[in-house]
Design a binder for this molecule. Structure first.
Ligand code: UFG
Length: 324
C-alpha cells in the first residue's frame, strides 16, 4: 500500500513514518522542511515541496498514486496563531484545501487528518468526549476545526473517507533514540524542562499557579508519540478496510499538572533545576484530558507507554543524544 505523508519530517509525522516503515508500507513524505528535519525521515522517500505548489502536488499524485494520504504538515503554536493568524489560515486551512482538492481530482478517498484538542476551546466537561461542542478560542484551533467541517461535506458529496485524530499533548521520543522532538524555537513544556535540566536554560517557568486545579497549575493529557503513531496505523487500516469517516480523541484519559511533570523530570534526570512561578499564558485552558473510550472501542487501540516517567525518560535520552 502506498501512503503519502505530508509533514513527515516533523515531530509527530516522523514517528508515524517510522511506524509505517516498520509495517512495510510504501511511504512517500512531502515536507517543505520549514520546521521538519531531513534526518527525521528514517523510512521511505522525501520530496521537499510546499503544499501551496499545486502543480507539483498534482505531479506527485500522478506519479506516486497513493492509496491513502496522512496529513501532518501544519503550523502548531497556539500563541503564534494569535499574533499571526494569516500564517495559520494559509498553512493549515488553504494548504489543506489544496491537498484535499488534489485528492478529489485524483479520486483518492482515504484521508487521515491531524486535528487537535484545541478545537474544543475551554472544555465544559472533563474528560472531553468527541461530541463536546467545537468552540476553538484561537486561530490555530479554528484553522483545524474548519477543515473538519470541510471533510464532512466532502464525504457527503464525493465519498471522501477520513479519520480526524484530535491530539492531546504528544510527548516523548522513539525509545530506540533514532528520532525525537526538535522544534526551533521550542515552546513545549517537556523539552523546555529537559533543556533546563541539561543546563541549556537557567530555569523553567510555570505559566500560572492560580488555576482551579489541586496544585494550581494546568493539567494536560501527555500521550507518548509512539502510542499516537499506533492510533494512526489503526485508523489507516480501518480506512483501508473501507471503514466510514470518524473522529477520535487521542490521549490516555488522565492528566498531570505542570508541577507533577517537573517533579517527575527531576526524578528521571537526577537534576535539581530552577523553577520559577510566572503569569498565566494567554489562551491556556486549566485542564485538557481526553475521553479515549471511542478510540479504544472502535479501533481497538491499547496504549503501551501510559507512564509519565517512561515518556520523560525517552525524551531525556533524546535531549542528551539528539541527531538533529
Ligand atoms: N508551560 C509552562 N511553561 C513553559 C511551557 C509550557 O508552564 O515553559 C505550560 C503551558 O502553559 C501549558 C502546559 O505547560 O499549561 C503545556 O504546554 P505546551 O506548550 O507543552 O502544550 P499545549 O497544551 O499548549 O499545546 C499542545 C500542542 C498544541 C495542541 C495542544 C492540545 O502544542 O498544538 O497541546 O492539547 F493543540
Amino acid at each position: 500500500m502506498r501512503i503519502l505523508v505530508t509533514g513527515g519530517a516533523g515531530y509527530i509525522g516522523s514517528h508515524i513514518v517510522k511506524a509505517l516503515g516498520e509495517k512495510n508500507y510504501d511511504v512517500l513524505v512531502i515536507d517543505n522542511l520549514s520546521k521538519g528535519h531531513e534526518k527525521a525521515v528514517i523510512f521511505g522517500k522525501l520530496i521537499v515541496i510546499d503544499l501551496n505548489n499545486k502543480q507539483k502536488l498534482k505531479e506527485i499524485f500522478n506519479q506516486f498514486k497513493p492509496d491513502a494520504v496522512m496529513h501532518f504538515a501544519a503550523s502548531i503554536e497556539v500563541g503564534e496563531s494569535v499574533v499571526d493568524p494569516m500564517k495559520y489560515y494559509q498553512n493549515n486551512t488553504v494548504n489543506t484545501l489544496n491537498l484535499i482538492k488534489t485528492m478529489v481530482e485524483y479520486k483518492i478517498d482515504k484521508f487521515i487528518f491531524s486535528s487537535t484538542a484545541a478545537i474544543y476551546g475551554n472544555p465544559t466537561k472533563i474528560p472531553i468526549t468527541e461530541n463536546h461542542p467545537i468552540r476553538p478560542i484561537n486561530p490555530y484551533g479554528k484553522s483545524k476545526a474548519f477543515i473538519e467541517e470541510v471533510l464532512e461535506d466532502l464525504d457527503k458529496s464525493y465519498g471522501l473517507k477520513y479519520i480526524s485524530l484530535r491530539y492531546f499533548n504528544a510527548a516523548g521520543a522513539d525509545p530506540e533514540g533514532r528520532i525525537g522532538e526538535s522544534h526551533n524555537p521550542e515552546t513545549h513544556l517537556i523539552p523546555l524542562i529537559l533543556k533546563t535540566a541539561k543546563g541549556e536554560r537557567k530555569s523553567i517557568k510555570i505559566f500560572g499557579t492560580d488555576y482551579p486545579t489541586p496544585d494550581g497549575t494546568c493539567i494536560r493529557d501527555y500521550i507518548h508519540v509512539d502510542d499516537l503513531a499506533n492510533a494512526h496505523l489503526l485508523a489507516l487500516e480501518y480506512l483501508l478496510n473501507n471503514g466510514k469517516s470518524e473522529v477520535f480523541n487521542c490521549g490516555y484519559g488522565h492528566g498531570y499538572s505542570i508541577r507533577e511533570v517537573i517533579d517527575t523530570a527531576k526524578k528521571v534526570t537526577g537534576k535539581n533545576f530552577n523553577v520559577e512561578e510566572a503569569d498565566r499564558r494567554k489562551g491556556d485552558p486549566a485542564v485538557l484530558v481526553a475521553d479515549n473510550t471511542k478510540l479504544k472501542k472502535k479501533l481497538g487501540w491499547s496504549p503501551k507507554f501510559d507512564d509519565l516517567e517512561f515518556i520523560i525518560k525517552t525524551a531525556w535520552n533524546w535531549e542528551l543524544n539528539k541527531k538533529f
